[in-house]
Design a protein around this ligand. Structure first.
Ligand code: BEZ
Length: 259
């Protein structure tokens, strides 16, 4: 979910729910890491269309969902009108010591600068509160994004650093930022999780949904050709037993705001 103020709201909430529901399905295991207790007040940062916020609600949590995309938030409100959802930028959070926990799944790799987000998260927590997050870590979707860059350049277009929308830190880099803000890092993990993409068009659907920024300024027809070449060239690595897999590498952290 895109929480970076500088990018436009290009999120297609219907497509997200229809073809990319694996995001919140994987997020259920991050909810287990959060271990929410009945009555806790929890911020879901990058709530998307609200499925995990609702999972927290069903466990008795007083949950607030925020997302930078108004389209995602509108869809979340339609689906779960009993929950408070707000459009907000993760680098501009204004909550003050309100939450027992801040929870975030598959969002923080969209957020730059990360330190700003961590400041807002820390400030949102009550003393003793916890920050529990999963997002893309160093090496995330490397095979795929390297090949997209190669094919964009092969086709004669520039590929600048600014076109790469994501932040995929190493565990050392991210936990260092957490400590700079004041968190005690209680848990940190960096692991591979090849992620199955639904259907024969799974890879191109993923690129359309999440990678459109990489193709800014490239005409639609040329983009189609580039994606076809990418599919052909990564098939040996990312296609197995009739399924596409994105080469996800995740970071999971738990940080404590010391009382
Ligand atoms: C991820 O969840 O790792 C991810 C999603 C979209 C774009 C890049 C990474």
């Amino acid at each position: 979910m895109n929480l970076n103020q500088s990018t436009k709201d290009k999120w297609d909430a219907q497509l997200y729910d229809g073809k990319h529901s694996f995001v919140s399905k994987h997020g259920n295991s991050v909810v287990e890491l959060l271990n929410p207790k009945k009555g806790e007040r929890i911020l879901d940062l990058g709530c998307g269309t609200g499925d995990l916020a609702n999972a927290l609600f069903e466990r008795g949590v007083d949950v607030v969902g925020v997302d930078h995309s108004a389209r995602m938030v509108n869809q979340a409100i339609d689906k779960y009108p009993h929950i408070r959802f707000i459009v907000q930028d993760a680098t501009k959070l204004e909550f003050q010591s309100e939450f027992d926990a801040v929870f975030s799944n598959a969002t923080l790799h969209w957020v730059k600068p990360p330190l700003k987000a961590l400041q807002g998260i820390y400030q949102s927590l009550k003393p003793g509160g916890r920050f529990v997050a999963e997002f893309g870590g160093k090496g995330n979707i490397e095979t795929l994004s390297n090949e997209i860059r190669n094919q964009i350049e092969e086709a004669g277009f520039d590929f600048t650093k600014e076109q790469f929308p994501w932040y995929f830190p190493s565990i050392a880099e991210y936990t260092n930022l957490m400590e700079m803000i004041g968190f005690k890092v209680a848990f940190a993990q960096h692991f591979e999780r090849p992620t199955r993409l639904e259907g024969e068009n799974g890879l191109r659907n993923w690129i359309e949904m999440f990678g459109s920024q990489l193709f800014e300024g490239i005409p639609e027809e040329r983009k189609k050709d580039i994606i076809l070449k990418v599919e052909k060239n990564v098939k040996d690595t990312l296609y197995q037993d009739g399924n596409w897999f994105a080469d996800y590498k995740r970071i999971r952290v738990i940080g404590l705001k010391q009382s």
